[in-house]
Design a binder for this molecule. Structure first.
Ligand code: PMT
Length: 220
């Protein structure tokens, strides 16, 4: 198998969607189900890799033999990634991370305001976890995703150049049958000195296998 090279490799994967709390019972999040990241974890594990899965708010069954680390927020995700990154051979950032979070956390349930007034929540930027790895990277293979609703390849190329990743997996998240939440995905794999690789719509298990095949080619 093309994935035999994963035997004995340490693979760190993030999956799911972060939650940024507004008050104790409300948060900002996204539609990630974790299916893409969990499929990657399952296929890597089945091919002999030692897999750590950092999982943000996912309700899927944990693939057998995979070490699970549960997180909720961007801050927790960042802390977990940084604590495992140094000892991994491959890092895959499939989690959907909130780009903004409320500046202030209100420590009680926010009450409804007087009739017909609007409530404003101010947001601040979150740290970019993928980018932050540039500073601490040694010889890990680093893989990011690009979730786009428009100008897919242009935006993904920008992420390949700015995020310090070896590989960016671009997926169009404007269609309901692929991307967030669905069983299937359709991707284009971007690398710095190679032609783009297009993988047409297929089950996330098949998509995961293709992504891992491209990673395996980079093993020395
Ligand atoms: O979970 P599923 O329902 O199966 O859906 C899969 C998916 C659509 C969530 C997945 O395939 C995907 O595209 N994941 C990345 C989502 C995302 O946050 O994309 P982005 O284009 O906004 O970010 C680009 C890259 O930077 C991503 O690898 C992201 O994890 C990372 N990032 C983003 C923001 C941030 N503050 N820190 C980051 O590290």
């Amino acid at each position: 198998s093309k994935l035999a090279k994963f035997n004995g490799k340490r693979v760190l994967i993030t999956a799911g969607g972060t939650r940024e709390y507004i008050d104790p019972v409300r948060y900002i999040s996204n539609k990630s189900s974790g299916k893409m990241g969990y499929a990657l974890a399952k296929v890597a594990q089945k091919n002999g890799a030692s897999v750590t899965l950092i999982s943000a708010n996912v309700t899927l069954p944990v693939p057998q033999g995979v070490k699970l680390v549960q997180v909720e927020t961007v801050a927790e995700l960042s802390k977990a990634v940084h604590s495992y990154f140094a000892t991994t051979d491959v890092f895959i950032m499939a989690a959907a991370v909130s780009d903004y979070r409320p500046i202030h956390f209100v420590d009680h349930k926010i009450k409804k305001l007087a009739e017909s007034s609007n409530l404003t929540i101010k947001l601040e930027e979150t740290p970019d976890i993928l980018k932050s790895l540039k500073q601490v990277r040694t010889n890990q293979i680093v893989v990011g995703f690009a979730a786009e609703t428009n100008d897919l390849l242009d935006n993904a190329k920008k992420k390949l150049d700015s995020k310090g990743a070896d590989i960016i997996v671009a997926n169009d998240v404007s269609q309901a049958d692929i991307g967030f939440g669905s069983e299937d995905n359709a991707i284009t794999i971007l690398q710095h000195d190679t032609e783009n690789i297009k993988v047409s719509k297929a089950n996330k298990r098949i998509i995961a296998r293709k992504i891992l095949e491209v990673i395996a080619k980079r093993f020395t």
